[in-house]
Design a protein around this ligand. Structure first.
Ligand SMILES: Cc1cc2nc3c(=O)[nH]c(=O)nc-3n(C[C@H](O)[C@H](O)[C@H](O)COP(=O)(O)OP(=O)(O)OC[C@H]3O[C@@H](n4cnc5c(N)ncnc54)[C@H](O)[C@@H]3O)c2cc1C
Length: 418
């Protein structure tokens, strides 16, 4: 992967990176380069692991406030009771012990891009040569919505269990409402998968009333064939799907959701708000001045911010148009790790990176579907674009796919964290 001959030549000539198209700070030329990563989800953990695995001379510090990562992937199966929280809770031990990543249990609160320093909530200041932000997503506020009372569960953790309790609380013949935000949001098929699983749970518990799905988009965003079929056949008696419908406010005292076509009274609700890059991306000035900008603009060759040099953004926070999935976050992290290693060796990034994504969606308690796509760099536009004929969804949900889902997730978890 690296041009070792070229690196040796440069080292021998004593001019390692002193000049040229990829200038390094003097410190980075003399001492071990320092990469600091903010956020230990699928993006940040993969990046930390792969930089260390591919070049152990680079110091990597991962700043993450939580002692473990709770995966959103498969979390809808915790909601149904098919899996336990422990099944989706991943430890950081391997990053530390196998790869020598320094883990700082803290929250990053400020970035000084001029002096290349990150400050944390506990008052630590951590210097970097290259900074990688992988803080996931932040949520829009909806008037009257308190996620502690009406959980979105779009960040797995305590809200996943709260949602499980809510689904169980729906009375016989009652109404469960869920809302889907405008794309782009985390995990394009995820909300439709959740609608199916809530309907399946209600049917299996013989409590079926209604699952009202309000979609801010004009149509199903991902796997339209799979989900339209599921809504119109398997769940025709339960799911009511309403496209182009937004939640304007919530009046939970009266269990009423106010939408663009009027109020709806419900027994339980799961409102998934609109999404944007993790807070620290905005506070670092990576969104620019336009308040409508939601995701960090980056160069997809190395994920470096187009606004702030030496700061890179990967995972759900980046705005390249690639799907916001854990699989894609893992893929972007490897492209970024490779580009950072090349940078420290005085080399240009790979000029033709490719990434890919897969999402498995349980449709019933025993069947699942899948969605996959490959992206490639288009030099003419400087954008990542879907490679023709790679966007595919399973022809129909099956028990085979359901089994495959666990093998795929196990591999992705291990490749990112172990
Ligand atoms: C129900 C559901 C199902 C899904 N299914 C799939 C699927 O089948 N396939 C798939 O590929 N993806 C799936 N996803 C999407 C996937 O979970 C996300 O795309 C993925 O988690 C994004 O990874 P990330 O590292 O960008 O963000 P995250 O996983 O959210 O990680 C961000 C990390 O940053 C930390 N952080 C935030 N701010 C700071 C700060 N200031 N300082 C330090 N740390 C900070 C957070 O604590 C967190 O650990 C699903 C999501 C949901 C909700």
């Amino acid at each position: 992967m690296f041009s070792h001959n070229r690196r040796k030549l440069l080292q021998a000539s004593g001019v390692l990176l002193a000049a040229g198209a990829f200038p390094l700070s003097l410190r980075a030329q003399l001492a071990a380069p320092r990469v600091v990563v903010i956020g230990g989800g699928f993006a940040g953990a993969t990046l930390a692991k792969y930089v260390r695995m591919w070049n152990p001379k680079i110091q990597v510090t991962l700043i993450e406030p939580n002692p473990t990562h709770v995966s959103c992937i498969l979390s809808n199966l915790v909601m149904t009771g098919a899996m336990a929280m422990t099944d989706i809770t991943i430890r950081y031990d391997n990053l530390r012990t196998k790869y020598g990543v320094t883990i700082v249990a803290d929250r990053a609160i400020g970035i000084d891009p001029v002096n290349r320093k990150v400050s944390t909530q506990n008052g630590t200041v951590i210097p970097y040569d290259k900074l990688v932000l992988a803080p996931g997503i932040d949520f829009d506020a909806i008037p009257g919505l308190d996620p502690a009372v009406v959980p979105h569960a779009w960040q797995a953790g305590p809200q996943t269990l709260a949602l499980k309790g809510l689904v169980q609380s729906v009375p016989a013949g009652g109404t469960f409402l869920m809302s889907i935000p405008k794309a782009p949001y985390r995990c394009p098929p995820g909300p439709y998968e959740r609608a199916c699983l809530v309907a399946d749970t209600l049917l299996r518990n013989r409590r079926a009333g209604k699952v009202i799905v309000l979609d801010a988009n004009t149509d199903v965003v991902a796997e339209p064939h799979t989900f339209h079929t599921a809504f119109q056949t398997t769940y025709a008696s339960v799911i009511e799907y309403h496209p182009s419908t937004t939640v304007d406010s919530v009046d939970w005292a009266n269990k009423t959701i106010n939408t663009n076509w009027g109020p709806i009274r419900v027994d339980a609700a799961n409102i998934i708000p609109g999404q944007r890059a993790g807070k620290v991306v905005a506070s670092a000035g990576l969104l620019g001045r336009d308040p409508a900008t939601r995701w960090a603009s980056v160069n997809p060759l190395n994920y470096e911010s187009t606004l702030v040099p030496n700061v890179h953004v990967i995972g759900d926070s980046q705005g390249t148009g690639q799907p916001k999935s854990g699989h894609m976050a893992n893929s972007e992290a490897k492209v970024c790790a490779d580009a950072l290693i090349r940078y420290f060796a005085g080399e240009a990034p790979d000029p033709a990176p490719m990434t890919n994504s897969a999402c498995y969606s349980p449709i019933t308690a025993k069947t699942a579907s899948w969605l996959t796509v490959v992206f490639g760099y288009d030099a003419a536009t400087g954008l990542m674009k879907p490679v023709p004929n790679t966007l595919a969804e399973a022809p129909s949900p099956s028990s085979e796919h359901y089994k495959d889902m666990f093998g795929w997730a196990k591999n992705l978890f291990a490749d990112s964290f172990s």
